[in-house]
Design a protein around this ligand. Structure first.
Ligand SMILES: [Zn+2]
Length: 1019
């Protein structure tokens, strides 16, 4: 025998498929099929018929007779709805149900592309099955599709029914097929020159020679299956069943409810057959749906949680995007998630589980740990385009120094199938063998693929001890983390990664579907505001249900803008409804908070003592000489109002006035010049005596670039996209007009038509203000383009400071190393700052996230126009305000300005309170002055109904600072809490004031007990 390895391997592949697996089903009976829109309208239906309009539901009834000779044998139904063989999920799916007399039903098990079988446990005689099938369209190949909206999807059937049979199963033949498949995979994962590889090749060929004698073939493979590699220290792969179900994506959320039902029912069914099988699932929202729609399935899940077979993980409301939600939203993801898991299952989660999220900001470790989770699982960075992350297990250290034990499953997927190839890859791909012996393998088809299958669990059994380097066992992620922690306690040298886990892909998700992002930004701020004003009145805001709706929309394919049109339409409807309800509540609350007369309310954590533009025309009595009525009817005036406070509207006289000429605008701080095409040619900071613009450059320049991602259109922005951008600075199609000429506010409007789109950019300078605001209105109709606004600044800085949740991070302003070059588009929430030690220039925004920092400028990504998966994404009307703010040393002034830009004052003209209410909480420096750089995230009454006041705050700019905190009710006791408002340590209270020191970027949640006033109220 000469070297025939390749030939025999090909023989094994073919004969396994054509001669071994066909031995498993020894007999079959076809079902008689009926189908219809519901169970009362079924009609005869033939195999190979078409069915299923896009997004529709079809009911099937399958009837057959189990013959007497099948008694006590294994009988299964095999149903193929016409599945695309190439994808595990993302297409049609079915749910087998037990129909009750009243027409309601209990889920039994899902039928999916890779899980087409169902064990029929019935005696000989008639058998009937009922299946609810969803004809979800597929979205393959990054092509624009009409299926993304019901209105454009049409009604042509999408699928051709392939098969519905009862089959008789030969368990021995099935076991042989699994044995041989696993041995074949193990063989192929070995090196060509590994002696074992040659031995396995002969074993498998010998077994094939025995076919169809199943027993004889099993005897041939038995010794190879039982090979024992002894007790030497080996790597341990912890496999955990999982089904990554996106809360919405290429299907609307209503379908996710059903995807969860099918997948969860299948997971429970598999547990009955395999006692060692365990399954983990995240997202309290998903459990909530099952609880509401299928309480009996939920009860089964709860029972399996008790048994330890079903493992809730993640501790969050959904697997949210991490870049875009506010810090307080991230907190509430955990608060509402952990509360849910505790209330329903009596336990909190110990691991954060967000394997598919597009980057992880540096503030997260602290948030996770304060939420009771100091372990973190993701694998998304294995998708990095440019740089390979150097660890699989490591301490991730956040902004404030908090560390969480982090694991990237080395199988590089959350949808593993436990093949020998994956097992071998996960061993060689694990990067920390030097100090650790454990890794995780989440297995199961996601997104409607049905989760783990029997084949996967069978393979897990066979792979348990078959490799000389590693064992495999099914267990909970916590078991793996427990062992790693024990290794660390014994002194294992664990690597540390400090700072954000930047994802080198999907950078377009910082900008795509901008209106979805703005809806979220508006609602998360309104929620916090409603809590503030309610707390001011000593009340609970009663907004938990609204929080949950917003948190659900923060899911990692909704907020990033990577879903079909239907999902974004739904999201924007939710945000509009939640926003309207919150506005109404805030209006009612403020009517009580404010006294009679016209007042202004400041929800920000910084006082206002400056010229503001109020979103309303003032009554003639108020619009005196200290008020300027703007061309658009709004009013500008110099006013004062404390942080979290309300004040009577009493415009004061302005001393520093705005003076305009045809081409310039000046106040005591800034001198701004523009040319005939409306381009800003100069901005001089008069206080620091600096020109902000590099020689010959313009500020606030629109740049238009062709935007053709290589793959994932809505997700990706390419490194070369921006460099192909064309500045829109010409005279053609431009109108420049001074719309307001001071003395309190000056405004210049530049209207520009470019191709199918129009921009109206308004430069605004307020009396006494050190910043120039740039308001942008867009009528955006380009196709596959990126529109940015560039702010070149004459500041020499090798990093830019970006505002993120619970602090700031530095990003490179140059592509000097591969890791720096990858950060060509980064997330910033409210500002980006370029600074020299004594002077800096910040670019503020009230509604954008994507920023480019290279080439001596800050570029704000304003709009994209992707064609996949939503072919009309982002076309239409958009508005945003940016600002350019020069400043001296430090960031506190920038943070304060950004806070004000994002919290415009409200005018309350219908106050009913006796007097203007005092701010419910005041935070100052220990010396009584303003507390620079301290941000207050939430002021609310405690969730436990105690009436205690909860104040969450953090140090936002990197200082160590001492603050004093007082409340309108006298503080008698104070505790430092975790995010779930549970007291952990007492704080000293001196003369009703709590004084504490914040470390750089430290988050503190305080619980304050206050004495009631004479009328029994705390206000
Ligand atoms: Zn996902």
């Amino acid at each position: 025998m000469h070297n025939d390895r390749k030939l025999v391997e090909n023989r094994i592949t073919r004969e396994l498929n054509e001669r071994v697996f066909p031995l498993v089903h020894t007999d079959r009976r076809s079902f008689v099929i009926e189908a219809g829109p519901d169970l009362d309208h079924l009609e005869p239906f033939e195999v190979r018929s078409s069915w299923g309009a896009p997004w529709a539901t079809t009911w099937f009834r399958f009837s057959a007779e189990i013959p007497d000779e099948w008694a006590r044998a294994r009988v299964e139904a095999v149903i193929d709805l016409g599945f695309h063989p190439d994808a595990a999920g993302f297409q049609c799916e079915g749910l087998l149900v037990d129909v009750r007399d009243d027409g309601s039903f209990t889920p039994l098990q899902g039928i999916h592309p890779r899980r087409t079988n169902y064990a029929v446990k019935a005696a000989p005689g008639p058998v009937q099955l009922h299946l609810e099938a969803a004809s979800n369209p597929t979205f393959l190949g990054f092509q624009p599709s009409r299926f993304g909206l019901l209105a454009t999807a049409g009604d042509r059937p999408l699928y051709r029914f392939r098969r519905a049979d009862l089959v008789l199963v030969d368990s021995e033949a099935e076991a042989l097929a699994y044995d041989m498949e696993v041995l074949d995979g193990v063989m192929r994962a070995l090196a060509i020159d590994d002696p074992r590889r040659a031995r396995l090749l002969r074993t498998l060929a010998d077994a094939l020679d025995r076919i169809p004698d199943v027993a004889a073939a099993r005897r041939v493979v038995a010794p190879a299956m039982a090979e024992d590699f002894g007790d030497a220290v080996r790597h341990r792969s912890v496999a955990i069943g999982h089904a990554h179900i996106d809360t919405a994506w290429l299907w609307p959320m209503r379908e996710t409810v059903r995807k969860c039902t099918r997948t969860f029912a299948s997971a429970v069914a598999l547990m009955d057959d395999y006692p060692e099988y365990k399954f983990c699932a995240s997202s309290a929202q998903h459990y909530t749906w099952i609880e509401e729609h299928h309480p009996e399935l939920f009860a089964k899940i709860a029972e399996r949680v008790d048994r330890g077979q079903w493992v809730p993980v993640g501790g969050m409301w959904v697997e949210a995007d991490m870049n875009l939600p506010s810090g307080e939203s991230l907190v509430r993801q955990i608060v509402f998630g952990q509360r849910y898991f505790e209330e329903r299952f009596g336990r909190r989660c110990t691991e954060v589980w967000i394997p598919d999220v597009f980057g992880y900001p540096a503030g997260l470790p602290q948030v996770f740990a304060l939420g009771g989770m100091d372990r973190f699982v993701t694998q998304k960075l294995s998708w990095n385009r440019e740089n390979r992350f150097p660890h699989s297990t490591f301490w991730w250290e956040g902004l404030d120094g908090t560390r969480v034990l982090t694991h990237f499953p080395p199988v590089d997927t959350y949808n593993a199938e436990i093949t020998p190839k994956e097992f071998a890859f996960s061993i060689t791909n694990f990067q920390d063998h030097g100090w650790s012996t454990d890794s995780l393998m989440p297995f199961g088809h996601g997104d409607g693929g049905g989760g783990p299958t029997r084949e996967m669990v069978e393979r897990a059994r066979r792979l348990a001890h078959i490799d000389a380097r590693a064992t495999l066992e099914i267990d909970a992620p916590a078991a793996m983390f427990d062992r790693i922690e024990r290794d660390i306690e014994r002194g294992a040298q664990t690597p540390v990664w400090r700072g954000e886990l930047y994802f080198e892909m999907h950078r377009g998700t910082l900008t795509s579907q901008i209106e979805t992002k703005l809806g979220n930004r508006r609602c998360e701020r309104l929620l916090v505001e409603a809590e503030l004003w309610a707390a001011t009145l000593g009340r609970d805001a009663d907004v938990d249900h609204l929080w949950k709706q917003v948190l659900t929309q923060q899911f990692h394919d909704i907020l990033p803008g990577s879903s079909i049109a239907w999902v974004h339409a739904d999201a924007e409807t939710v945000f509009a409804e939640v926003g309207a309800e919150l506005e109404a509540r805030i209006s009612d609350l403020l009517a009580e908070v404010a006294g009679s007369g016209v007042s202004i309310a400041n929800r920000a954590d910084v006082p206002v003592d400056e010229v503001v533009v109020l979103d309303t025309a003032l009554a003639p009595g108020l619009a005196g000489e200290h008020v300027q009525t703007l061309a658009d009817g709004r009013s500008a005036a110099l006013v004062s109002v404390p942080a979290f406070g309300v004040a009577l509207l009493e415009p004061r006289s302005v001393t520093d006035r705005v003076v305009l000429s045809d081409t310039s605008m000046t106040n005591g701080h800034l001198a701004v010049r523009w040319d005939a095409a409306g381009n800003i040619t100069s901005i001089i900071d008069l206080v620091h005596a600096r020109e902000l613009l590099p020689n010959g450059e313009y500020a606030a320049v629109l740049e238009l670039a062709v935007d053709h991602p290589v793959e994932y259109d809505a997700w990706d922005l390419e490194s070369w996209t921006r460099s192909g951008g064309v500045p829109l600075t010409g005279l053609d199609g431009v109108e420049v007009e001074i719309v307001d000429d001071g003395p309190i506010v000056g405004r210049v409007r530049v209207r520009r038509t470019f191709g199918p789109s129009t921009s109206i950019v308004t430069y605004q300078l307020r009396a006494g203000s050190p910043q120039l605001e740039v308001h942008i209105e867009l009528d955006w109709h380009h196709d596959e383009h990126l529109l940015s606004m560039a702010f070149p600044v004459d500041v020499r800085a090798s990093t830019a400071t970006c505002d993120v949740q619970f602090g700031v991070v530095e990003r490179p302003t140059h592509p000097s190393s591969p890791w720096d070059a990858a950060k060509f588009e980064v997330c910033a929430h409210r500002f980006v700052d370029l600074a020299e030690p004594d002077f800096g220039v910040a670019i503020l925004n009230n509604g954008r996230y994507g920023h480019g920092l290279f080439d001596g400028a800050v570029r704000v990504s304003l709009a994209r126009a992707a064609n996949y998966p939503d072919p009309n994404a982002d076309r239409g009307h958009h508005e945003v305000t940016l600002a350019i703010l020069p400043h001296g040393a430090g960031l506190a002034e920038v943070r304060d300005a950004a806070a004000r830009l994002n919290a415009p004052l409200r005018v309350v003209d219908s106050g009913t309170g006796d007097a203007v209410a005092t701010p419910v909480v005041t935070v100052t420096g220990a010396d009584g002055a303003n507390a620079p750089g301290v941000e207050v995230d939430a002021v609310k009454l405690a969730d436990d109904g105690s009436g205690d006041l909860i104040v969450r705050l953090h140090e936002a700019v990197g200082n160590r600072t001492r603050i004093a905190l007082a409340s309108v009710g006298r503080i008698t006791d104070a505790w430092r809490c975790n995010l779930l408002e549970e007291a952990e340590t007492g704080e000293e209270v001196g003369d009703a004031v709590v004084t504490l020191t914040l470390r750089p970027f430290q988050i503190v949640t305080l619980r304050l007990r206050r004495s009631a006033t004479d009328d029994g109220r705390i206000r």
